[in-house]
Design a protein around this ligand. Structure first.
Ligand code: GTP
Length: 365
């Protein structure tokens, strides 16, 4: 194999992760204090990929260049959707045709999934069958939210059924958002327009008997919604716990598993964890409790706060004696004044100043 390439789709708008996605693309969301994209690069590089092409929009390209995640030795190129026309999940593949070239099959993956899979295995499965596309299929308990594959015995995909009811689901194998494509697939994608690979390209390939599935067994999570993003952090925190160097607790308590960057300042008698992930430059006052939460960098949390099950965006300032309930999302740079309660599921917009209790989850932007 000469040069193994991967195209990473990362130009969507991540509407389900708002407001945190207003100022960062999904692929840069932190998973245990490392951008998801860095985890992806690492896995691709380990499996012999040499070049990653980022299919983005202009803003995503800007954020990725600005954050400059570690490349793990990969050569990185960008292919940017036209400003007025997001190209969907198929159009960016056609747009990157010249960068990808026609020499070898290549990998395409969604930039918003955490997948512990072997790309090598996926490629060798692809090369054995003569398929034009091989889709990684992941077994899930509830397939009804996804595209579900109907497979024949030799792993041909007969069709996908989008979001079926449980009685109509032909299997519990879903499209994991990772594919190996042969260059011939470029002929199936119209140029310069939005195309959905799932809805427009795969059905044609399936009809022609050129679409195969390959089951993957490792961890697979899509970080598309706030609960899934938090859950991904918790699962990876569990998996990584033994590799994490813990800050030595002086006058505060750490309940593992927990991840805290070295520069965190934590006040006495505070209890951090279990499942608290604190990014860089975080300050926590005394007597505060934080658990089951992801705290983005540069957040200040006052004394005697209780934060459980929340996502707190970068640079937010939380006053003293504040209670933040489960499912709350605090946008970047928001300010929550002293002595307030935000009950379950409250979302606060970026830079918003909250001066009163919010006991109703809606309408705070
Ligand atoms: P939601 O708005 O929350 O549904 O998210 P999304 O549209 O960003 O993500 P979705 O899960 O629908 O897309 C799967 C992957 O394709 C993600 O990694 C997206 O970033 C990417 N993607 C989606 N639409 C586009 C697009 O128009 N252009 C490019 N380049 N990538 C896209």
């Amino acid at each position: 194999m000469t040069c193994l390439k991967a195209l990473i789709l990362a130009g969507g708008f991540a509407t389900r992760l708002r407001p945190l996605s207003c100022s960062r693309p999904k692929t840069l969301f932190p998973i245990v204090n490392k951008p998801l994209l860095e985890w992806i690069f690492q896995r691709l590089a380990n499996d012999g990929v040499t070049e990653a092409i980022m299919a983005t929009n202009a803003l995503t390209q800007f954020y990725i260049k600005q954050q400059a995640p570690s490349k793990h030795g990969l050569k990185i190129k960008f292919s940017v959707d036209p400003a007025k026309t997001p190209l969907g999940t198929g159009g960016p593949i056609k747009k990157a045709e010249k960068l990808i070239g026609h020499d070898e099959p290549f990998i395409v993956l969604n930039g918003d999934i955490f997948a512990d899979l072997s790309y090598r295995e996926l490629i060798s499965a692809h090369n054995k069958t003569g398929a034009l596309a091989t889709i990684a299929l992941c077994k899930v308990e509830d397939p009804c939210r996804y595209g579900v594959a109907e497979l024949s015995e030799d792993n041909h995909i007969k069709r996908f059924i989008e979001k079926p009811t449980i009685d109509k689901a032909p299997s519990n194998l879903i499209n994991a958002g990772v594919y190996v494509l042969s260059p011939k697939v470029f002929d199936y994608i119209p140029a310069k327009k939005p195309v959905s690979i799932e809805r427009e390209v795969f059905p044609r390939l399936a009809e022609e008997g050129k679409l195969f599935g390959h089951r993957i067994n490792g961890l697979w999570i899509d970080i598309g919604k706030p609960g899934e993003f938090l859950q991904t952090n918790k699962i990876i925190l569990d998996a990584e716990a033994k590799n994490l160097k813990l800050k030595r607790a002086k006058n505060f308590e750490l309940k593992t598993p927990v991840a805290i960057e070295k520069d965190a300042m934590i006040g006495e008698n505070s209890v951090i964890g279990p499942y608290a992930i604190l990014g860089k430059n975080i300050t926590v006052g005394k007597n505060s409790q934080i658990s089951n939460s992801v705290i983005f960098p540069y957040v200040e949390i006052g004394e005697a706060c209780q934060i459980e099950g929340a996502l707190i965006g970068e640079g937010a300032k939380i006053g003293k004696h504040v209670k933040i309930g489960s499912g709350c999302i605090i946008g970047d740079l928001a300010k929550i004044k002293d002595n307030l309660t935000l009950s379950e599921g409250v979302t606060v917009c970026p830079a918003k100043e909250v001066t009163e209790n919010i006991l109703n989850p809606k309408g705070n932007c």
